[in-house]
Write a protein that binds this ligand. Structure first.
Ligand code: ATP
Ligand code: MG
Length: 510
């Protein structure tokens, strides 16, 4: 059989192939499975391969799928009658079955009329040469690699090329243009110039594609390892004009005298690239793409200052809502990306002197669950070409992180309390409520932070009784809780431990 696929995959293939053979159906596995396993064998697949196999047979694919569903326990089985295809889902696997076919298209639809045909004709309807590769899995063809259009060569060179005339390929099914962008984003391939030209010429045809399919391809492109490359394909070829004109608008530089601002489109791509190395969270990547979306509307030249974009982060939220509605993306995603965009200028300001803890706290509360995503976007947003500036921004960023961390710890500090409570101190010491109770409480807390006693009720009580006379006779000065900066590392560690314990305790009491 085939080399460089896992024993588990071998077994799956063999079982399905044997079943087809029994039915007298020649079977080939095609498309992504073949492409990605060959790339993987050459150590050139940037993502783990999908658990997905696409099969093509010259026999009855629907019947084969039905049979396959019976040999895998609890498999789910779907038929797409009018496309002549079927799918079987089993565990994490997705097996797709199609009868070899030729397609003919009407100009107003990307859904073709299909006629059963040969493997050769079927290969010619595929979008790219690297996707037209097929492996025979049974009969005399078992183990034979079929490469009718030079797909192996294109795979080696990392090139996307259509098997037939690109103009017709993309006009027939314009979704293929977005698939091209997605494969570039996934595989870091380039597009053959003639093929790319075919996309450019047919860019406007994207309008016959349903918006759900467009949105789905866009999300897949953004989720891939090189999203910026995929978006740039759409930009270069003009497809983006039809699906995200707001991003195309970011392109260009305005000049007033000596003052020019940076090209927001180029900056956006760079942020997207940075974001993709920092996070797989789709909201972070979408925010990278959209965070400056309102810069064109807010752009103003002020002679004393230069180019400004006041309020772009706020106005951006409106644009994002509009775009997300148009693409029928989820409300939840719109909310997340909107929030991250709205707050994206705030963290950097926190590095400035004079910014209060409460401002930091407010940001933390406002960002809520998106704090991590927000920080990732801010990190990705540092793109200057000037290394000195990058260094400065990075330093600000680090300072901001430290301040956030410090405030968080300080908030923990205030939730830390002596395990012996006020009423009991009053009782054990025989004194009424008053400032001295607070002082004694603080003394117990200090003893815990200094490591004299553990953060437990009994030892604290014993310590209080042993030190009672001293604590009662000391002058009634106000012992103030130390601020976090005054604590050494060990003390901070004990504090955090103590807070953790008290949280765990209150949880287990609930
Ligand atoms: P992946 O599953 O990794 O995204 P894939 O190449 O397997 O990539 P699928 O959408 O699973 O893509 O399709 C399987 C195969 O079917 C493709 O490799 C290609 O040969 C063919 N194919 C899918 N969609 C189209 C299309 N719109 N036009 C032409 N061929 C297509
Ligand atoms: Mg696939």
């Amino acid at each position: 059989m085939l080399s460089f696929i896992t024993p588990n995959e071998q077994e799956l293939l063999q079982r399905i192939a044997a079943l087809a053979e029994r039915e007298g159906m020649p079977l080939r596995v095609v498309g992504g499975f073949v492409r990605d396993r060959l790339l993987q064998a050459a150590n050139r697949l940037p993502v783990p391969p999908k658990p997905e196999m696409d099969f093509v047979t010259t026999g009855d694919a629907l019947k084969l799928a039905e049979l396959v569903a019976t040999i895998f326990p609890h498999a789910r089985h779907y038929q797409y009658g009018h496309f002549g295809t079927a799918r079987v889902d089993w565990k994490e696997w997705m097996f797709e079955f199609a009868t070899a076919r030729t397609e003919s298209y009407q100009s107003d639809s990307r859904n073709p009329d299909v006629v059963a045909s040969t493997f050769e004709e079927d290969a010619a309807r595929r979008d790219f040469t690297v996707n037209a590769l097929a492996w025979g899995v049974n009969g005399a063809e078992n183990g034979v690699l079929f490469d009718p259009f030079g797909g192996v060569r294109d795979l080696e060179q990392g090139i996307l090329r259509t098997p037939l005339d690109p103009g017709k390929t993309f006009s027939d099914d314009p979704l293929r243009m977005m698939r091209a962008a997605r494969f570039v984003a996934k595989l870091n391939f380039s597009i053959d110039p003639v093929t790319e030209n075919g996309i450019t010429e047919n860019a406007a045809r994207i309008e016959i594609v349903h918006v759900e399919r467009i949105a789905d391809e866009l999300l897949q492109t953004l989720a891939a390892p090189f999203p910026h490359l995929g978006i740039d394909v759409l930009f270069r070829t003009g497809v983006l004009t039809y699906i995200l004109p707001e991003i195309v608008e970011l392109h260009g530089v305005d000049q007033r005298g000596k003052h020019s601002h940076k090209d927001v489109y180029t900056h956006t791509l760079q942020v997207l690239e940075n974001a993709s190395t920092l996070s797989n969270d789709i909201a972070v990547r979408l925010s990278a793409l959209f965070h400056d979306i309102a810069k064109p509307q807010t752009k103003k030249f002020l002679p004393e200052i230069g180019w400004t974009f006041y309020g772009h982060e706020v106005l951006g939220v409106r644009s994002i809502n509009r775009v997300f509605r148009r693409l029928r993306l989820s409300n939840l995603l719109a909310k997340r990306v909107g929030k991250i965009t709205r707050l994206h200028m705030r963290p950097v300001r926190l590095a400035q002197e004079g910014v209060t803890d409460s401002a930091i706290r407010r940001l933390r509360v406002e960002a809520g669950e998106e704090l991590e995503a927000l920080l990732q976007l801010c990190r990705a947003d540092i793109t200057s070409a000037n290394p000195k500036r990058v260094e400065k921004y990075l330093k600000n960023y680090q300072t901001m992180l430290q301040r956030l961390d410090l405030v968080e710890k300080r908030d923990h500090l205030s939730s830390f309390q002596s395990p012996v409570r006020g009423e009991e101190i009053a009782e054990l010491c025989g004194i009424p409520f008053g400032p001295r109770i607070g002082m004694i409480k603080t003394a117990i807390e200090e003893a815990i932070l200094d490591g004299v006693i553990p953060n437990e009720y009994e030892p604290a009580k014993v310590w209080l009784l042993e030190n009672r006379e001293r604590l009662l006779s000391e002058p009634e000065q106000r012992i103030r809780k130390k601020s976090l900066e005054q604590l050494d590392e060990k003390q901070v560690e004990r504090l955090l431990q103590a807070v953790k314990e008290s949280h765990e305790q209150s949880e287990s009491n609930e």
